[in-house]
Design a protein around this ligand. Structure first.
Ligand code: SF4
Length: 281
């Protein structure tokens, strides 16, 4: 099987070799957190999600806030059948949603899993936005809510931080496809049960990057529902950033979002972020 799960198109046989993402032909789960409350209120709800953190990543940002699990493939390995069976061991009624976190590089395996396992609660696809339109079309059959990041408009920055020189165009097309697949957002009792919520984490010293991400969302995405985040925390493994964002930087971006009338969603207040924003894996 040649892997084309993500826009890197490594075209390798994952039974034999690892691609950029580090994954082979088994699903690798780094962590499970039940009743996970760290997402936006329309995702976490009152119960929290059943959060499944997959090991590895197809983007591997240098500043990743989940560095320990995204840059290594360490965790429990599952075949498709084993993973479908594993999901049946949870009482899904205890959670607001079944949340798949950084799942893109396991897309083709997860498509098979969800042919076996039918989730009684919304399935949330929490991803980097660096995804193929074809894959999005396939996963839309079992994904109810897309929760993509839209990280960069500046492809030089995307290259430097994530080795993704075409991130802006790829993410734009991926998010447009997600919007097309899901139509209008649907809420039930305050929970987003069908639709898309686009996230943007403001990076230190990167005001123009953020402004142009917002410009693109405004121009290209119908009825955008966004989450603007200020909680960037530098990590010791990253050589590019050594500080959090400044209050003034965030204020400029926040005002810009308001000027564009991108106010539907969550415009986080400025927080002087610290390590408490990084889950301890
Ligand atoms: S999912 Fe991994 S192996 Fe497949 S194309 Fe993407 S980076 Fe390469």
């Amino acid at each position: 099987m040649q892997c084309n799960d993500c826009p890197r198109f490594c075209k390798i046989d994952r039974k034999k070799r690892k691609g950029f993402c580090g994954a082979k032909d088994k699903i690798v789960l780094a962590k499970v957190i039940e009743n996970f409350m760290w997402e936006e209120p329309c995702i976490s709800g009152k119960k929290g999600t059943l959060a499944l953190f997959f090991a590895g990543c197809n983007l591997k940002c240098s500043y990743c806030q989940n560095y320990k699990i995204s840059h290594e493939i360490k965790g429990d390995e599952f075949s498709v059948e084993e993973f479908a069976s594993f999901l049946t061991t949870f009482n899904m009624k205890k959670y607001s949603a079944l949340e798949l976190i950084t799942p893109t590089h396991f897309s083709s395996l997860l498509i098979k899993v969800f042919q076996i396992f039918k989730s009684p609660i919304p399935v949330v696809w929490n991803s980097s936005g660096y995804e193929n339109e074809k894959t999005i079309s396939q996963i839309s059959k079992f994904v109810d809510v897309f929760l993509p990041d839209f990280k960069y408009s500046d492809n030089d920055l995307a290259t430097k931080l994530s080795c993704a020189p075409n991130y802006f165009e790829i993410a734009t097309n991926a998010i447009k496809k997600m919007r097309k697949e899901k139509g209008k957002n649907v809420f039930k009792n305050g929970l987003l049960i069908n639709g898309i919520l686009i996230r943007h984490l403001v990076l230190p010293g990167q005001i123009e990057n953020s402004k142009n991400v917002l410009n693109k969302i405004k121009k290209e995405i119908n009825e955008p529902f966004i989450s603007l985040m200020s909680q960037f925390v530098p990590i010791k493994q990253d050589k590019h950033f050594s500080r959090t964002i400044l209050s003034l930087e965030y204020k400029i971006i926040l005002n810009y979002a308001k000027k564009l009338k991108l106010e539907n969603g969550y415009l986080q207040e400025y927080t002087s972020a610290n390590n408490s924003f990084i889950p301890n894996f």
